[in-house]
Design a protein around this ligand. Structure first.
Ligand code: NAD
Length: 343
């Protein structure tokens, strides 16, 4: 990318999430929004007037924008079913792509999209904004410091009674596809390992307001030998966990608990020999390096990668491993047996 030239960007999908993207772009002088697309023109027009983007082209179809102007980057903020079509079209027209999660609606589509990006030599990255939270960075840094020894067992609990209305109420595998992708991606970051196999059960609790399974329990074997368990529901009233989950990490020399927000505790063995060991509380240092800021942090990194010719942390070629955890869990839930996770 030529130094000093603005990155001409089109946002596709002007729904609920698009504001987070446009808010982030307001802080980035290197970005010029040249188009807004939505199958409902009124949605695109509304964002244009809210964000004072009166010079941006408005269209109900991305191809219409390509026919009218030069585009360097596409934001894919559409619903999951449309991610493949929009991303493939953008890559075909030589654009870098930043997409909302999940990367794709199937592993096959994801593999095709990753291959298309590699062939085009363009950046294709996915919004996994929860990685860009200072608390998860802090816990990850601490786990990497070896203060509790190598990890053996990791548990995460997600319990939120979410009354969305809209597409999620009718979506199959809604919890695994729409939410657990964040948790599984977080697990790969925190554990520092990739999935090897999974056994999963999904169900729809009685009284559920969802059309399909909104609860799941999954057990993953990870590439470092650790076992990671996920228990979750979007149909659980009362005592909610954080959206980041409630975590326990067990290492050979101690344990860490994290509520997904700022509450982190760590204890390690101080003295052994009795029925139970003596433990000492450990300090968890603050995280002071970059790579934080949710959507904004990730969008900033995407444009920095375009300028520097590097790859963002959440590039699709890596993120597909998190998606493979989702589809592995779905396959296991449907077949009733453990399945290997291969890419
Ligand atoms: N990262 C996060 O924390 C987070 C949170 C919520 C949603 N999301 C993701 O963001 C995406 C959008 O979710 P949302 O809540 O904004 O949904 P939404 O339904 O509010 O908005 C989606 C918009 O895309 C438009 N659209 C659909 N198909 C299109 C197409 N082919 N071409 C152009 N426009 C099209 C719709 O008309 C709608 O305006 C989803 O993939 C969702 O999983 C991410």
């Amino acid at each position: 990318m030529q130094q000093g030239k603005k990155v001409r960007t089109v946002l596709v999908g002007c729904g609920g999430m698009s504001r987070a993207w446009l808010n982030a772009v307001q802080e980035l002088p290197e970005v010029e929004m040249v188009g807004l697309v939505d199958i409902y023109e009124s949605a695109a027009n509304q964002r244009a007037s809210e964000y004072n983007l009166m010079n941006a082209l408005i269209a109900t179809n991305l191809e219409t924008i390509f026919a009218q102007t030069e585009v360097d980057a596409v934001f894919n903020c559409t619903i999951p079913e449309a991610h493949y079509e929009i991303t493939m079209s953008a890559l075909k027209h030589g654009c870098h792509v930043l997409s909302e999660k999940p990367l794709a609606n199937s592993l096959k589509e994801a593999q095709e999209m990753v291959a298309a990006a590699q062939q085009a030599g363009k950046i294709f990255s996915v919004i996994q904004n929860r990685r860009y939270d200072a608390d998860i960075r802090r816990v990850t840094q601490f786990l990497r410091s070896d203060a509790i020894g190598p990890l053996t067992t990791i548990n995460s609990d997600f319990y939120i009674g979410a009354h969305f209305g809209g597409f999620r109420d009718q979506m199959k595998h809604v919890l695994l596809l729409d939410m657990a992708i964040h948790t599984f991606d977080a697990a790969r970051l925190l554990i520092g390992a990739d999935p090897v196999s999974v056994y999963c059960k999904e169900w729809n609790p009685s009284g559920s307001w969802y059309a399909h399974d909104a609860s799941a329990i999954a057990i993953f074997e990870m590439s470092n030998g650790a076992v990671y368990t996920y228990r979750g529901s979007w149909c659980a009233e009362g005592l909610p966990t954080s959206w980041e989950c409630d975590w326990r990490f067990i290492g050979q020399q101690g344990s860490v608990t994290w509520d997904g927000h700022t509450q982190v505790r760590a204890q390690a063995v101080a003295e052994t020999g009795g029925f139970t060991s003596q433990y000492q509380d450990l300090e968890i240092p603050a995280y002071t390096t970059g790579n934080i800021g949710g959507h904004a942090g990730l969008i900033h990194e995407f444009f920095a990668a375009i300028q520097n010719g590097t790859q963002p942390e959440t590039q699709a070629a890596d993120n597909i491993k998190s998606l493979a955890m989702v589809f592995g869990a779905i396959e296991s839930s449907e077949s009733g047996v453990p399945v290997p996770i291969q890419l």
